[in-house]
Design a protein around this ligand. Sequence first.
Ligand code: SAJ
Length: 429
Amino acid sequence: MSKEVFSRVSVIGLGYIGLPTAAVLASRGIHVIGIDVNVHAVNTINSGGIHIVEPELDVLVRGAVHAGKLHARQQPVEADAFLIAVPTPITSDHQPDMAFVEAATRSIAPVLRKGNLVVLESTSPVGSTESMALWLSQERPDLTFPHQAGEQADVNIAYCPERVLPGAVVRELVQNDRVIGGMTAVCARRARDLYLTFVQGECLTSDARTAEMTKLTENAFRDVNIAFANELSMICDQIGIDVWELISLANRHPRVNILRPGPGVGGHCIAIDPWFIVASAPEQARLIRQSREVNDYKPEWVIGKVREAIARLRRSQDNVSVACLGVAFKANIDDLRESPSLDIAESLAEDKGTQILVVEPYIEQLPEALNSVANVRLLDLTLALDKADIVVLLVDHDDFRSLNAEALTGKVIIDTRGMIRTTLGATSL
Ligand code: SAJ
């Protein structure tokens, strides 16, 4: 069967996933209309710029806009296919908040026509693609949808989760395999044709519910494995064993591959998505819930360790300076959102008499929450190390690789990432 050609595609939500996807589609010659409710995003993109930070994205967007293939606007217009890539946060009681997906879905309903394909990319609880079909059928009783007409539906609907790594989005978008879940086989085949226009990895098809669960499973798998590493680090601290040496030795077993402990799990995916599984099957998802709790507790544990070190120093001096190395949510990116390291720096800054010296090579200005606090400063690495009594390594940025314990003689070192080595072994947590 020949591959279907999509000449006009609309991407709803121009954030970290939607914008790169829109730009990559446009780079393949497809006319792409990006839709976003944020007027600043729309204007920035239409002028050839980007409103988010992601390597290589600026060049891609500029090229697509200047070639006349990518255009942003606030209101949906007709297209052959619609990709929805809007945020799916969790509520304070860990329930999925589908308000953005529902609003985006309902917003395209007026411009839908027979023969359209609608694909959801947002990480979503199992059953969301079916909900999307239901919302569209409520808005457009004149059209038929897969839950009503199966393969004969006027509009096809599929789920295809994004799985790109922040910091490597442009490369991974093209190279990674994709899982495509159709509400029917026709839906899956059509969505596959769309992704084949830019994906060099394999496009594997399944049903929508399995594809939804696949995405959640990938991030829960990583969360559980990081929780194992974080729990080990706390156990090892308790019984006086260097966790980094332990992990490197255990990982020499051919079937053991322990991940790296850290100050907690940040970002907008791994710390959130497992809760979607817990919400769907609370009785059964015991390990997944427990892992979330272990990882969420880790920043608190690190704060406790730093406060113990501060208390010991206080006996001999009034003010204690703590250098916090890194506040991004992970290595080598500038993204501070949902960052456990930032939470740790903020909590320590609340302590009277503690000077917080933040070193973050990826930012030029402290974030709002720290900027106005008198005892917090953003310094370069050399200056901060010079002034610090306690050095807390929070993010494994490459910029910190050259640090060694000998150069930090006389300082208390709390290394949550196992980067600062001594000739005798690690001094880290
Ligand atoms: N982390 C550790 N120890 C490790 C690995 C990670 O503490 O050994 C921490 C990081 O420091 C960070 C957090 O976990 O705070 C998450 O970082 P990450 O690099 O593991 O993942 P994300 O959140 O940047 O991206 C993940 C990826 N999912 C998987 O690797 C299974 C990505 O492929 C997904 O597309 C993305 O979530 C998403 O959008 O869902």
